[in-house]
Design a protein around this ligand. Structure first.
Ligand code: ADP
Ligand code: MG
Length: 252
C-alpha cells in the first residue's frame, strides 16, 4: 500500500470532526471519498497533507509510520494536495505559479544566479503538454477558464512528482463539458502509477474513475466498496442511502 491510515481522529475545540477514520489506497488506484458538507472530507485530506496534525491515529506511507509535523513534510514524502479553491496567484502566469517558492536559477553563481526563466517556461510547457493541453505558459492565470486553472493547479502538483495526489472537489469549478478532461487526466495519472484520493459530489463521475469508494458520515467511514463489477446506478443508490443514514435495504 502507498497509504494506510488507522483510526485517525481530529477535533477543533469541542467539535469532533474525524472520529476514527481508517482507509488505504494503493499506487495507480483512485479512492473516492464522498459525504455531506461538514462530514470532514477536507479535514481528512488536510491531515494527510500535513496542514492539520491528527489528535490520534497512525498514518503509514509505503509501510512506514510518518508524522508530518515532526518528521518530514508531506510534500517531501511525496504527497501533493490540490485545494478546493486551487490556491493560485491570479496575477502571475502558469510558469510563476508552478515554480513559486522553488524558482530555478542558472547554476553558475549558486543560489544567487539569475532566474532561469527560459528553463522554467520550457518545463511548464512540457508538463502542460503531458496533461494534453496547449494552454500558454506565459498567460496570467486570471484570464484562464476554470478548466485551464484546474490544469495549472494539477501541473504544479505534478512538478513535485507525487506518489499520492489529493484532490478536494476538483470538479466544483468546472463546467460540465470540462469534467471529462479532468476524468481523463485522472486516468493518465493512474497509468503513471500515481495514487489519488478524490473528493467529489459528482457520484457518477467519481464511480467512473475510482477503484474504491468510501462514504464519510459525521467523521466516520460508514461504508466502503470496490467499484469493479457493479453498475453505476447501483453504486449511486448505495452512496445516497449511506449518506442519509440508511442501510442497503433502505432501513434506518
Ligand atoms: N480549521 C478549523 N477550525 C474549526 N473548525 C473547523 C476547521 N476546519 C473545519 N472545521 C469544521 O469541521 C467540520 C468538517 O469540515 P470539513 O472537513 O471542511 O467538511 P467537508 O469538507 O466534508 O465539507 C465542519 O463542522 C467545519 O466547520
Ligand atoms: Mg470540503
Amino acid at each position: 500500500m502507498i497509504l494506510e491510515i488507522n483510526d485517525i481522529t481530529k477535533s477543533f475545540g469541542a467539535v469532533d470532526v474525524l472520529k476514527g477514520v481508517s482507509m488505504s489506497v494503493d499506487s495507480a488506484q483512485c479512492y473516492g471519498l464522498v459525504g455531506d458538507n461538514g462530514a470532514g472530507k477536507s479535514t481528512l485530506l488536510k491531515v494527510l497533507s500535513g496542514v492539520h496534525h491528527p489528535d490520534s491515529g497512525e498514518i503509514r506511507l509505503e509501510d512506514r509510520v510518518v508524522d508530518f509535523n515532526a518528521e518530514i513534510g508531506a510534500r517531501l514524502a511525496g504527497i501533493e494536495m490540490i485545494f478546493q479553491d486551487l490556491a493560485l496567484c491570479d496575477d502571475l502566469d502558469a510558469t510563476a505559479n508552478i515554480f513559486m517558492g522553488r524558482e530555478q536559477r542558472k547554476s553558475t553563481v549558486g543560489r544567487f544566479g539569475f532566474l532561469d526563466h527560459e528553463g522554467m517556461k520550457k518545463q511548464t510547457e512540457e508538463v502542460l503538454a503531458s496533461l494534453g493541453t496547449d494552454l500558454p505558459a506565459d498567460q496570467r492565470v486570471r484570464t484562464l477558464s476554470g478548466g485551464q486553472r484546474q490544469l495549472v493547479a494539477v501541473a504544479r502538483a505534478l512538478e513535485f512528482q507525487p506518489k499520492l495526489l489529493l484532490m478536494d472537489e476538483p470538479t466544483a469549478a468546472l463546467s460540465v463539458d470540462k469534467v471529462g478532461v479532468l476524468l481523463e487526466l485522472i486516468e493518465r495519472l493512474k497509468a503513471r502509477g500515481v495514487a489519488i484520493i478524490l473528493v467529489s459530489h459528482r457520484f457518477t463521475d467519481l464511480i467512473q474513475v475510482c477503484d474504491k469508494v468510501g462514504v464519510l458520515v459525521h467523521g466516520k467511514i460508514v461504508d466502503e466498496f470496490e467499484v469493479a463489477g457493479h453498475s453505476v446506478d447501483n453504486l449511486t443508490t448505495r452512496i445516497v442511502r449511506r449518506m442519509s443514514g440508511l442501510d442497503l435495504d433502505g432501513e434506518e
